[in-house]
Design a protein around this ligand. Structure first.
Ligand SMILES: [Zn+2]
Length: 129
């Protein structure tokens, strides 16, 4: 059965973030290093996403909801979310991942609506909300 990928708004993401079982996956490429990022998000650049997908699954162990975004969430974000969904189908063990979401309007929409942006240089970002 094919998994659904749902879209969520920035406001929904803010309420999600109070829960410990949510991981935010930033799939932008170089922009992450100069545009800032959503606090606590993981970075898996779209250009190497397919190679790192098993590492991603390891890293989000214990999370049941993954929220993907890129700059606008029009191409890279949804396509990486779809790749992960297909990958999980292929391995028949999903590590407990129940929901795959895409953040509407991406990082740019998040920032434009006044949501907090983290500009730390830590990899991974250790900031909470
Ligand atoms: Zn940070």
């Amino acid at each position: 059965m094919s998994r659904n990928i749902s879209y969520i708004t920035g406001t929904q993401l803010l309420s999600f973030k109070r829960r410990p079982n949510v991981a935010i996956i930033d799939v932008r490429d170089d922009e992450r290093s100069y545009d800032g990022h959503i606090a606590g998000s993981l970075h898996f650049a779209s250009d190497s996403f397919s190679d790192k997908i098993s590492k991603l699954v390891q890293e989000v162990k214990g999370k049941d909801t993954l929220v993907f975004h890129c700059a606008l969430s029009q191409v890279r974000g949804p396509s990486c979310a779809r790749k992960l969904a297909n990958y999980l189908e292929g391995i028949k063990e999903d590590g407990g991942i129940k929901n795959i979401c895409v953040l509407e309007r991406g990082f740019n929409g998040w920032e434009a609506s006044g949501q907090p942006v983290c500009r730390c240089n830590n990899v991974p970002c250790k900031e909470g909300m």
